[in-house]
Design a protein around this ligand. Structure first.
Ligand code: DC
Length: 239
C-alpha cells in the first residue's frame, strides 16, 4: 500500500484575503514548508527604493533588469515564531517589506517579466520536494501547475481593507483605511490586468470566499480538503 505523504498546495487570490495567514497555519499543522511568494516581490521592490531605482513610485525598468543578478533573496526560519523571514542581500528585511511604500510599488515591480522569471525559478526550487504551501498570484497557474491542491481565495473588498488596516495598526503603521482601500484596489487592478502571468483562477482551483469565515473555520475547512485529497491520491496510486 503506497501512502502519499506530502503534496504541493498552491494558494492564490486577491490582495489581503488572508492567503498568507492560511498558508502559514496549514504548513504548521501539516509540518510543511510555508513560502509567501509576495514577500519575494516585495524584497525586489525594497531594493528598488533603497537603490533609487524607484523614484516617486516610478520604476526604472531597464536599470532594475541590469541589477537583477545582484539581488539575492532567500528565507530563513525565525526560530522564535517558526515563521520564514525574507533576507535581501544578507539583511533581514521582513519588517521593511511590509511598509506601505513597498506596497505602493510592488505590483508594478511584479509586472516586469524578468523579475517574474527570476523569482519563479527560485520558487520552483523551493518546492522541488513537495510538502510546501505557497501563496501568491500565479502559484497554481505558473509556478506549480501540477500542484495537487489549488485554492483561489477571495473576500469582499471592505472586509479585506479592514483586516489589513487592523494588521498595520497593530504594527503602529500610520495609515488610513482610505489609503489601504485605494492601495488594495490599485494592486488588484494591476495584478489582474498585467501581461505577464496575470492573477486568475486556475481552471482546477477551488474558489474559497472567506468573507464570513474566521481563521479557525477556514483552516478546518481547508485541512479537511487536504486530507480528502491525500486519501484520493493514495487510493488512485494503489489501483
Ligand atoms: O501577497 P502580497 O500582497 O504580499 O504580494 C505583493 C505583490 O506581489 C502583489 O501586488 C502581487 C505580487 N505578486 C505576484 O505578482 N505574484 C506572486 N506570486 C505573489 C505576489
Amino acid at each position: 500500500m503506497i501512502t502519499i505523504n506530502k503534496i504541493t498546495i498552491a494558494i492564490d487570490g486577491f490582495s489581503s484575503c488572508g492567503k498568507s495567514t492560511l498558508a502559514k497555519a496549514l504548513a504548521k499543522k501539516l509540518n510543511y514548508v510555508f513560502i509567501d511568494s509576495g514577500a519575494m516581490y516585495r524584497g525586489i521592490s525594497l531594493y528598488c527604493i533603497e537603490n533609487k531605482i524607484s523614484v516617486d513610485k516610478e520604476i526604472n525598468e531597464e536599470v532594475l533588469i541590469q541589477h537583477l543578478p545582484d539581488i539575492e533573496i532567500h528565507f530563513e526560519l525565525n526560530t522564535e515564531n517558526q515563521s520564514p523571514e525574507l533576507f535581501l542581500n544578507g539583511e533581514n528585511v521582513e519588517n521593511k517589506i511590509r511598509k506601505i511604500e513597498v506596497a505602493s510599488i510592488v505590483s508594478k515591480v511584479a509586472s516586469i517579466k524578468e523579475v517574474r522569471q527570476k523569482l519563479v525559478v527560485l520558487q520552483q526550487k523551493m518546492g522541488e520536494l513537495g510538502g510546501i504551501v505557497m501563496d501568491g498570484r500565479d502559484i497554481g497557474s505558473v509556478v506549480f501547475p501540477n500542484a495537487e491542491l489549488k485554492l483561489f481565495v477571495t473576500a469582499d473588498p471592505e472586509t479585506r481593507a479592514q483586516r489589513r488596516f487592523l494588521e498595520l495598526q497593530s504594527k503602529n503603521e500610520n495609515v488610513t483605511l482610505e489609503e489601504i482601500s485605494f492601495n488594495l484596489e490599485e494592486r488588484d487592478r494591476i495584478d489582474s490586468t498585467r501581461k505577464e502571468s496575470p492573477l486568475r483562477q486556475a481552471n482546477d482551483a477551488i474558489l474559497l470566499d472567506n468573507s464570513n469565515l474566521n481563521q479557525e473555520q477556514q483552516l478546518e475547512l481547508v485541512y479537511t480538503m487536504i486530507k480528502e485529497k491525500i486519501r484520493e491520491i493514495s487510493l488512485l496510486s494503489n489501483h
